[in-house]
Design a binder for this molecule. Structure first.
Ligand SMILES: NC(=O)c1ccc[n+]([C@@H]2O[C@H](COP(=O)([O-])OP(=O)(O)OC[C@H]3O[C@@H](n4cnc5c(N)ncnc54)[C@H](OP(=O)(O)O)[C@@H]3O)[C@@H](O)[C@H]2O)c1
Length: 279
């Protein structure tokens, strides 16, 4: 069994990842700013932006899974105008560089980095930050893998939750296939220990639908009904906004099942958001 360091192990993907690694019997160390409650992992307290605690965290591990990120959009669950102009790089670029430097001199045999499908074409500053993080990994001397994933369902849900105040929603007619973090975690664990290296199969959800389809399913599940205004756009424009379809590995969880798990119907029209309970 491997000794694995997981950065971002307290995040949405990270929690599913840690769960699977522990279940598979691996020795798991979670690098976190604030330790969590799990008693079946080692907690290494530190900060990727300052380097605090990183040297001790990497000591004696053979596999690093870098799932930490700082996305202001994901943090607040929606876009602000500032997101179209800049995105902080201290975690995803400088933090990744520190982690790679330490991994090169430590006993690390595999550095598995989590990234995002379509960032080569995307124009958002966060995508540029992720691309730079990937570039550092690919030019490192440590044995590396990069796994790109489509946007996660939780982020799609948060974004749509944030629109409920609007009576009409402009929605791109572009196709995409967002994915559940548990499916991504499954793929990552496989990639971590299959002895392959390099650019790995990207992962997306099981359904290629248009954004309007995803929004309709959200509205059906939540009972929040707003007018959908489909917005036609070229494929290039859609890709620039991160809307594309990943053709590699497919997750197994459909959006409707995920929504069903997160919004439990109570009575005729009341829904309870169970996502917060999960956090
Ligand atoms: N969200 C998406 O739709 C999506 C899609 C494809 C790929 N990805 C990639 O998947 C990975 C995980 O994304 P996610 O959405 O699960 O992220 P998330 O929920 O926002 O979690 C981010 C994690 O990074 C940690 N972190 C942030 N700043 C840190 C710092 N200074 N030092 C140490 N740890 C720090 C956070 O710890 P704290 O709890 O202390 O803040 C948290 O554990 C990222 O690489 C992301 O780019 C995300």
């Amino acid at each position: 069994m491997a000794h694995v360091l997981v950065t971002g192990g307290t995040g949405h993907l990270g929690r599913d990842l840690v769960e699977r690694l522990v279940a598979a019997g691996h020795k798991v160390r979670v690098f976190a700013r604030i330790p969590g409650a799990r008693g079946d992992v080692e907690w290494a307290v530190g900060d990727l932006t300052t380097g605090a605690g990183m040297k001790a965290a990497i000591d004696d591990v053979d596999t690093v899974i870098n799932a930490a990120t700082f996305s202001p959009i994901a943090r607040r669950g929606g876009f602000r105008p500032i997101d179209f102009f800049k995105s902080p790089s201290a975690v995803d670029v400088e933090g990744t560089a520190r982690l790679l430097e330490l991994s090169e001199t430590a006993s690390v045999k595999h550095f598995l980095h989590v990234s995002i499908v379509g960032i080569d074409d995307a124009s958002l500053p966060y995508a540029k930050v992720k691309l730079e993080g990937e570039r550092l990994v690919k030019s490192s001397s440590v044995a590396w893998s990069v796994v790109r994933a489509m946007p996660f369902y939780y982020l799609l849900k948060q974004t749509l939750d944030g629109l409920t105040w609007l009576p009409a929603w402009p929605v791109p007619k572009a196709a995409f296939n967002p994915v559940d973090t548990s499916d991504v975690a499954e793929h990552l664990v496989e990639c971590a220990f299959d002895a392959k290296r390099g650019i790995r199969s990207e992962i997306g959800g099981p359904e290629d639908l248009t954004c309007t389809d995803f929004v309709q399913q959200y509205q059906h599940a939540t009972g929040v009904h707003r007018t959908i205004l489909p917005v036609r756009m070229s494929e290039k424009a859609a890709r620039g906004m991160g809307f594309c379809v990943a053709h590699g590995v497919r997750g197994v969880t459909p959006w409707a099942s995920w929504l069903d798990r997160h919004f439990r119907r109570e009575g005729n029209s009341q829904y309870r958001n169970t996502d917060c309970a999960r956090l």
